[in-house]
Design a protein around this ligand. Structure first.
Ligand code: HEC
Ligand code: HEC
Length: 331
């Protein structure tokens, strides 16, 4: 027994030591830049991320709903899918999604690779099949050459497609926000109001759920812990998977990184302002009503979480050939 607690203490102290000195006691750690292991795979994944030929219509890519010019989201309440179908739930950002313990609001995909095949074949999203997506890619010699460079073989399969997209998504981290500069010791990086907002965020208990580098993505929590959340959206969160009443309205805690860019908020996308989102979180999760000034402080703090956005040249996609299956935008 004694030995075991000594071990736990030792592990705890060495992990704490690994954090940057200045942020050692903080519940939030800076976002680390990502060094890709296979740059050829990342470049290929970037092309696939932007390629609308992976959809039935030929006009919808991952970037349609996770627009990297807009914080990795579509900035609408729920997404528009193939043939203008109304999506069931708000699109979360892809930025920093590699830091999530699992993917989707209910965590039903274990990682980015498992997630990436979903939207291509989802009839309400890109509405294609994996077979047709692979046929499109195999019909384009320039793509085959890139698969060869990244994987050592040029007969494309869906596993290679999802591996490449996941490798690209891992690069979509947003380091160097003003808050991270402050965490790393630049005491001038935040204003007095922003610092007061961070203190309030910590002291009132927001960090019980929004912690770690992504300030979320580490647990599933009930939306409406103290008071029920009033929504018309039918999503039941984790209960949709487990069928357990205890999991009703349990959702993966969303990241708060870049939250200024990822409106509208919550799984139903019903809330358009950060002021209202903070007010709701205070009342429903903590049983606390903030004053107008307190809300302004927390919002000012949340706006310091916008990091360096992905920055690269727009990829130019290899043209289709005579053998490439044709898109079906209508009917
Ligand atoms: C039609 C819009 C749409 C398209 C196209 C789309 N997505 Fe999504 N994406 C969503 C929605 C909506 C969700 C949330 C679904 C849920 O949780 O049930 C989601 C969830 C995700 C997540 C999980 C994020 C998290 O925090 O849980 C990732 C990662 C992701 N999508 C990546 C992709 C990739 C890669 C592609 C292209 C292959 C893609 N998406 C195409 C709408 C879209
Ligand atoms: C008990 C856990 C818990 C606590 C405490 C908590 N949150 Fe949340 N937060 C969540 C969950 C879960 C969601 C997603 C709910 C949903 O979409 O239905 C969320 C969503 C949010 C969102 C919207 C993000 C988005 O992209 O949709 C913001 C902003 C937010 N929280 C801020 C705060 C603030 C500020 C506090 C402190 C006042 C706080 N949260 C306290 C669990 C928590």
């Amino acid at each position: 027994m004694k030995l075991r607690s000594l071990f736990v203490a030792l592990v705890a102290s060495t992990t704490a030591f690994a954090w940057h000195a200045a942020s050692a006691d903080e519940p939030i750690q800076p976002i680390q830049a990502h060094k890709p292991k296979n740059p050829a795979m990342v470049e290929l994944g970037k092309k696939l991320y932007f390629d609308p030929r992976l959809s039935r219509s030929g006009i919808m890519s991952c970037n349609t709903c996770h627009n990297l010019s807009m914080g990795g989201t579509d900035n609408i309440p729920t997404s528009v899918g193939d043939r203008w179908q109304q999506g069931p739930i708000n699109a979360p950002t892809v930025l920093n999604s590699s830091l999530n313990l699992a993917q989707f609001w209910d965590g039903r995909a274990k990682d980015l690779k498992a997630q990436a095949g979903g939207p291509i074949a989802n009839p309400g999203e890109m509405a294609f099949t994996h077979e047709l997506a692979v046929d499109v890619l195999n019909s384009i010699p320039a793509y085959k050459a890139e698969f060869k460079k990244a994987f050592g073989k040029d007969k494309v399969n869906i596993d290679m497609v999802t591996d490449a997209i996941a490798a690209f998504e891992e690069t979509l981290v947003t380091p160097d926000s003003r808050f991270d500069k402050w965490l790393k010791g630049d005491k001038k990086a935040l204003t007095a109001q922003e610092k007061a907002g961070y203190e309030l965020f910590k002291n009132s208990g927001c960090t019980a759920c929004h912690y770690g580098p992504a300030m979320g993505g580490q647990s599933f929590q009930k939306m409406g812990l103290v008071k029920e959340y009033d929504t018309k959206n039918k999503a039941q969160g984790v209960a949709g998977l487990t069928g357990k009443d205890a999991d009703r309205m349990k959702f993966k805690v969303p990241t708060l990184r870049n939250v200024e860019m990822t409106y509208p908020y919550f799984h139903d996308g019903a809330v358009w302002t950060l002021e209202e989102a903070v007010d709701i979180m205070g009342k429903l999760q903590l049983g606390r009503t903030y004053s107008k000034d307190e809300i302004a402080q927390i919002v000012a703090f949340l706006k310091t979480l916008t990091g360096k956005q992905p920055d690269f040249k727009l990829p130019i996609l290899p043209p289709s050939t005579n053998d490439t299956p044709k898109p079906k935008p209508f009917g």
